[in-house]
Design a protein around this ligand. Structure first.
Ligand code: PLP
Length: 412
């Protein structure tokens, strides 16, 4: 065979285990264990002192979790990967590893609700200042940068506004000012988007979404893309001296992740490893369904405004093609006339489920204003561009004609 790079699904089905399985199991077993036995006292000391890497305790590492991490390394071409108990754990741990009190972070107010809460409340209380700015206004963005700006955080496609970041532009501005770039790519799965090729320093995703294979388990992923050698980040200086370009992973594994303790369970790691095997198939089907639904309903008389950046009529269509292979996720939003209309539409649905979460096999609908964002005062919700007439639909893999039929009957 020529040296052609393997396709995504082939890579997922052929990623080797870190160690050969003693029974030659073709499916990676679930290692439901806390601790691991060592032959000698010297061996266990060697493991603790990093002289002889080995699993010792499952809060730090576990073979099933390690296998998931290896698959993500294979998929992304990253330097190293750390899987955690949730997307929020992945975001908060990464920021705490890179930013110290007194420093600030550039971030859009258009964010997943709990990420907004993390910046707006929790990080502020730790004296890390979020500078909320419009990431589509590059001049203003640059004005917000000062000597204490450590990083720029953005979502590749924002949830639920579905605003598409112009990643090359953002990375260029950040690099000019020596600002780190951390991207949450949850909406644009790793088979369609390569953070490394855009020179993003750290990629984060909630594996609860696409990677879990259909709403099976909660998890989060941190990818050190290999773009940065970490020699110039103040919080990583001592780790850089000892571990070189593995400094970020070392800081997480030996300090932040170890001390906060958000370990992914072995069972969740197994479900998510299986999710990766069928990720590409599911993304393709959900995308086809999402596009068909968006095209079908975009001019429906009851729908005021339908947003899907994969639609040819979207202002983000071209950018989505360049950045995400034309697949800017499988989430669409639309506005009905009133909030009452939203509620009664939701209540009439028979196939599409009323639930939070996204990228399940099942299509899921939610009214963000009265749920994920309900805790925020109205003016803040307006600033986040979350309207009371807005619905968010995560399109699943059902037969598309059944989804169209369900929407049709619920809209009348
Ligand atoms: C769901 C989500 C998160 C949080 O992930 P959890 O696994 O629920 O903690 C973060 N960012 C985005 C864009 C999300 O959709």
């Amino acid at each position: 065979m020529a040296d052609r790079e393997l396709g995504f699904t082939t890579k997922m089905l052929t990623t080797p285990y870190a160690k050969q399985d003693p029974y030659n199991s073709l499916h990676m077993p679930v290692y439901e264990t806390v601790a691991y036995e060592f032959e000698t006292a010297e061996d266990i000391a060697g493991a603790f002192q990093d002289k002889k890497p080995a699993h010792a305790y499952s809060r730090s590492t576990n073979p099933s979790v390690e296998y998931l991490e290896r698959k993500i390394v294979t998929a992304t071409g990253g330097r190293a990967v750390l899987a955690m108990a949730s997307g929020m754990a992945a975001i908060s741990n990464t920021i705490l590893a890179l930013v110290k009190p007194g420093e600030n972070i550039l971030v859009s107010p258009h964010l997943f609700g709990h990420t907004y809460g993390l910046f707006h409340k929790t990080l502020r209380n730790l004296c890390i200042e979020p500078r909320f700015c419009n990431l589509l206004d590059y001049e203003n963005l640059e004005k917000n940068i000062d000597e204490n700006t450590r990083l720029l955080f953005f979502e590749t496609v924002t949830n639920p506004q579905l605003e598409v970041a112009n990643i090359r532009k953002l990375v260029k501005i950040a690099q000019k000012h020596n600002v780190l770039v951390v991207a949450d790519s949850t909406l644009t799965p790793i088979n369609v988007f390569s953070a490394k090729s855009f020179k993003i320093d750290v990629e984060i995703m909630s594996s609860t979404k696409f990677i879990s294979g259909g709403g099976t388990s909660v998890g989060g992923i941190v990818v050190d893309t290999g773009v940065n050698d970490w020699s110039e980040v103040p919080t990583l200086v001592s780790f850089h001296e000892k571990k070189g370009d593995m400094a970020l992973m070392a800081k997480l594994r030996k300090e932040i992740f170890r001390h906060f303790g958000p370990a992914l369970s072995p069972r969740a790691a197994q479900l998510q490893s299986m999710g990766l095997d069928i990720l590409e198939l599911r993304v393709e089907r959900s995308y086809e369904n999402c596009l068909r639904l968006a095209e079908h309903f975009t001019n429906h008389p009851s729908i005021k405004k339908l947003t899907y950046p994969g639609l040819a009529s979207s202002e983000y269509y071209q950018l989505s093609k360049e950045q995400f292979n034309g697949i800017p996720g499988t989430i669409m939003t639309f506005d009905l006339s009133t909030m009452d209309d939203c509620y009664s539409f939701m209540d009439r649905l028979k196939i599409i489920r009323r639930a939070t979460n996204m990228n399940d096999n099942k299509s899921l609908i939610i009214h963000p204003w009265s749920t994920i964002y309900a805790e925020y005062p109205e003016p803040l919700r307006m600033e986040m561009d979350v309207r009371e007439t807005l619905l968010r639909l995560s399109v699943g893999i059902e037969d598309v004609d059944d989804l169209i039929g369900d929407m049709e009957q619920a809209l009348t």
